[in-house]
Design a binder for this molecule. Structure first.
Ligand SMILES: Cc1ncc(COP(=O)(O)O)c(C=O)c1O
Length: 359
């Protein structure tokens, strides 16, 4: 049987997608070979790649003046690619700091430019919150403003898109396709695939056309957005299987009714889990309500000495990967698009039973 997988990434994929990939594994569409064994320049593969892009454009309603790139190196390589491409001559950028991932992004950027760090985390009634934008000290001459929409480890998420007249650059690794998004508000959106899109090995970059051509001349072609756009993300051999499988996930999402429908399902899952945690004396979530992530739900036990026991029993109940990130401890349930409501209900039932037995 397939267990419920609450891993933060690589994360759960829809069972229907895995079944389709399995059925097509040895003989893709009667061609006598696997898609993995096909040239990325072949007519068949290019059609698969183009269909995946078209479906992602449909799902996210991406305007025509944006390129969609299917890259490698993870979101972490974008931490460098973004400043190398976008800093331009003035070499200044604003980075909003809300947790571990936005910090990693700004630390990389500091190697290339003059980075203004805006500390945007604050404690409100003992819970972590994101400060109001009116308190931020943004620069007048920044080449761009960077933030991480959803901090996967901390479980803290922006309630609104920050406002700026500079290009807005955002890490959506753990929240892309989870809720409707107005892409036109952004200069660049990026996301590692291995949470809400597909397997690891693929990174999506959505970039507005006017930002394509600002890279420093000496950077590697593979990192240059203009070169990747000109070559349909095939400056070199792309991550062909991850691209194909992500395309199957996009088809699955369209079948579910698109992002609006999946957002409704995500809200129901998040409400169920947070609702239960809020009524319990045994579990607690450390984030202010307005900034709670709908994708990653960290929680602590009133008796931390029972964490190992909790994880062991959860696994025996087919509820996998509930340990918090190694840097923060505690528990974390990642409830991405592919985790069904029944999975969250099974988790809540288990948590309640565990609390009753151990209170
Ligand atoms: C918000 C966020 N940004 C960046 C990363 C880094 O992604 P990658 O491992 O693809 O480099 C992660 C990984 O978990 C993440 O959650």
């Amino acid at each position: 049987m397939r267990a419920y997988n609450f891993c933060a990434g690589p994360a759960a994929l829809p069972t229907a997608v895995l079944e389709k990939a399995q059925a097509e594994m040895l003989d893709w569409h009667g061609k006598g070979l696997s898609i993995m064994e096909m040239s990325h320049r072949s007519k068949d593969y290019v059609a698969v790649a183009e269909k995946a892009e078209a479906d992602l454009r449909k799902l996210m309603n991406i305007p025509d003046n944006y390129k969609v790139l299917f890259l490698q190196g993870g979101a972490s390589l974008q931490f460098s690619a973004i400043p190398l491409n976008l800093l331009g001559k003035n070499s200044k950028a604003d980075y909003i700091h809300t947790g571990i991932w936005s910090e990693k992004a700004l630390k990389e950027a500091q190697r290339y430019g003059d980075i203004n760090v805006v500390e945007a985390g604050t404690m409100v009634d003992g819970k972590l919150a994101i400060t109001d934008q009116s308190t931020w000290n943004l620069s007048d001459d920044a080449a761009y403003v960077h933030y991480a929409d959803n901090e996967t480890i901390g479980g803290i998420q922006f309630a609104n898109i920050p406002k700026t007249d500079k290009p807005l650059v955002a890490d959506f690794s753990s929240s892309i396709l989870s809720a409707p998004l107005d892409v036109s508000k952004f200069g660049l959106i990026y996301a590692g695939a291995q949470k809400n899109i597909g397997p690891a090995g693929l990174t999506i970059v959505i970039i507005r056309d006017d930002l394509l051509d600002q890279a420093k001349a000496e950077i590697p072609s593979i990192l240059k957005y203009s070169a990747q756009a000109k070559n349909d993300s095939m400056v070199n051999t792309p991550s062909t299987y991850a691209w194909y499988l992500s395309g199957l996930v996009f088809e699955w999402l369209l079948e579910q009714g698109g992002v609006e429908a999946i957002y409704k399902a995500n809200l129901a899952k998040a409400e169920l889990l947070y609702g239960y945690i809020d009524t319990s004396d045994f579990y607690a979530n450390p984030i202010a309500k307005e900034n709670r992530s709908i994708m990653n739900v960290p929680f602590t036990l009133a008796k931390p000495e029972l964490e190992k026991q909790f994880l062991k029993e959860a696994e025996e109940n087919h509820l996998l990967n509930l340990a918090g990130h190694r840097s923060v401890g505690g528990m974390r349930a990642s409830i991405y698009n592919a985790v069904p409501l029944e999975g969250v209900q099974a988790l809540v039932n288990f948590m309640d039973d565990f609390a009753k037995r151990n209170a």
